[in-house]
Design a protein around this ligand. Structure first.
Ligand SMILES: [Zn+2]
Length: 528
């Protein structure tokens, strides 16, 4: 008997983690950090819904933190097995897990400073650097399309998922004792679009008992674009931004997005297609990740320049120290500054925003998804004022968005991937997507001729009994660990919006008497 439990990314897009109990022991597919508002993040502090010390090995689809970021916590909770991943994923994790441990330690330290002042009990970081080091020591690299046997009775192979350097779908075969048959599972991991720089489109064999497919963009179809069209779009944006007479600030994910941008901007500079500019990459993690991309450059495709020049144009400045970063803050015009985090909720990008967002000649160019509740989401939502490091800033810069750097397959591409992987003998599970995306994707797959009674949208912590060739049997929906309605926005988000509104309202009302009257009305409301 095999039991599959969806421990994360069910009805949401972060915290990917599936737990499998089989005739041949227990194991885990991905172990991601929950990202989003404070309520979502609180899940990272709770216990795993399974006994980590009983899990014998782990299959990791790719290095993104929402798939790998709780590996050190798993180790802290007693996991001692091997972590299987592709070699580029293993190399990226060297930097990403250490970076994440550093963030966990500093978050806890910052919080504890506040808590000590208030006389409250201190909190422990979710995990520490030694936990990350232990996790890194458990990783074993396995190439694409190569069967490996983590344990007799279970075999696995990775397929290119076209989403990120080293990203994979995982095909898992388990000997089912009761039926004497082999149970075939395919975990999509995150799937890339057809047109993606550096990687071929996703691949995996057809015909499985169960497919577990991501549905991030299950309800969204993008305009078709080619890599050339995308380069044309960034050319237009950079030209427009630089001609305004200020800097162009690009918040970007450190891994892959930053390298895609460097590649495209390098090509544009070589062809003299954009105004003269200096390009600064200011993210320690992006700098280290770039080294991994250079290492695997011979396996990447669509590279439109010499390999020696890749990510190393003479106008590129890879910023290292904090002092260098501060010096970049002083530049008034003519600079393109790429910095992380991509959603502006942490990292050096906040300093670059502080130095540029209030100036009307600046441009802030967003090239990635902005999760609700993050500073990037607030800025792209059209806020006139924002709070950064406790200080309020006027948004005078031009805010621009470019949607075609996505690392995710859109609706049409997801549907094609599923259809091409059929026939599905048992069921299709849609995870890694919000409920609207999953609902729409289910309907669309129905239109494509897939029996919708075989399509399941699992809830948080829901378990299913799996048998070769049969429909899965749900073991019931457990009490969710958090109120799932809070995933999109929670009271912390409401509070932040309210405080900004209050502050702008007080700015608007110039008369001190009227200001006092406004505060009195709010005070009365508080007493209700
Ligand atoms: Zn991903």
């Amino acid at each position: 008997m095999t039991k599959l439990t969806f421990c994360g990314a069910a009805g949401t897009v972060t915290g990917s983690c599936s737990h499998i109990e089989s005739d041949h022991g227990n194991f885990v597919i991905d172990c991601g950090l929950f990202q989003g508002n404070k309520t979502t993040q609180s899940l990272n502090y709770g216990e795993f819904p399974f006994d980590a010390s009983q899990a014998e090995f782990l299959i990791l689809t790719h290095a993104h933190i929402d798939h790998s970021g709780l590996l050190p916590k798993l180790v802290k909770a007693g996991f001692k097995g091997t972590i299987y991943a592709t070699p580029p994923t293993a190399d990226l994790l060297e930097f990403m897990l250490r970076d994440s441990a550093y963030i966990q330690e500093s978050n806890a330290e910052r919080l504890n400073k506040k808590r000590r002042r208030k006389g409250q009990e201190e909190v422990e970081p979710i995990y520490t650097m030694p936990d990350a080091e232990t996790a890194l020591g458990l990783i074993e690299g396995v190439d694409y399309e190569t069967w490996f046997t983590p344990k007799p009775g279970v075999k696995v192979r990775f397929w290119n998922a076209g989403h990120l350097l080293g990203s994979a779908s995982a095909e898992v075969r388990i000997d089912d004792k009761a039926s004497g048959k082999e149970l075939s599972l395919l975990f999509s991991g995150d799937l890339g679009p057809e047109e993606k720089a550096f990687h071929p489109e996703p691949d995996a064999p057809a015909g499985h008992d169960y497919i577990i497919c991501e549905s991030t963009y299950g309800d969204r179809d993008r305009d078709d674009y080619t890599l050339e069209k995308r380069r044309e779009a960034i050319k237009q944006e950079l030209t427009r931004g630089l001609n305004r007479g200020g800097n162009v600030i690009i918040p970007a994910f450190a891994v892959e997005r930053s390298q895609e941008l460097l590649h495209d901007i390098g090509v544009l500079l070589n062809n003299n297609e954009i105004p003269d500019c200096d390009v600064y990459l200011d993210s320690p993690l992006a700098r280290k990740a770039t080294g991994v991309f250079i290492k695997y450059a011979d396996q990447m495709q669509d590279i439109a320049m010499d390999e020696e020049q890749l990510f190393r144009h003479e106008r590129f400045h890879i910023v290292q120290s904090v002092e260098e970063s501060k010096a970049v803050n002083q530049i008034q015009k003519g600079a393109v500054i790429i910095s992380a985090s991509g959603m502006c909720n942490a990292g050096r990008i906040k300093h670059h925003l502080k130095a540029n967002i209030y100036r009307k000649e600046s441009t802030i160019l967003f090239v990635g998804y902005q999760s609700p509740g993050t500073l990037g989401h607030i800025i792209t939502g059209g806020a006139k004022q924002v709070r950064i490091h406790g200080t309020q800033f006027k948004v005078a810069a031009e805010i621009r968005r470019l949607g075609n750097y996505s690392a995710h397959a859109d609706q049409g591409e997801l549907l094609d991937w599923v259809v091409e992987r059929g026939p599905i003998r048992g069921a299709l599970f849609l995870n890694h997507g919000d409920d609207d995306a999953r609902k729409v994707m289910r309907e669309m797959l129905g239109n494509k001729g897939i029996d919708t009674s075989k399509i399941f949208t699992p809830s948080f912590d829901e378990s299913f009994e799996l048998t070769p060739g049969s429909q899965p049997i749900s073991q019931g929906k457990p009490e969710p660990r958090i109120e799932t309605t809070e995933l999109e926005t929670d009271w912390h988000n409401d509070y932040a919006v309210f405080m900004l509104d209050l502050s702008s309202k007080l700015d608007e009302v110039k008369d001190p008497k009227q200001r006092r009257a406004l505060i009195a009305r709010l005070a009365t409301a508080l007493k209700e």
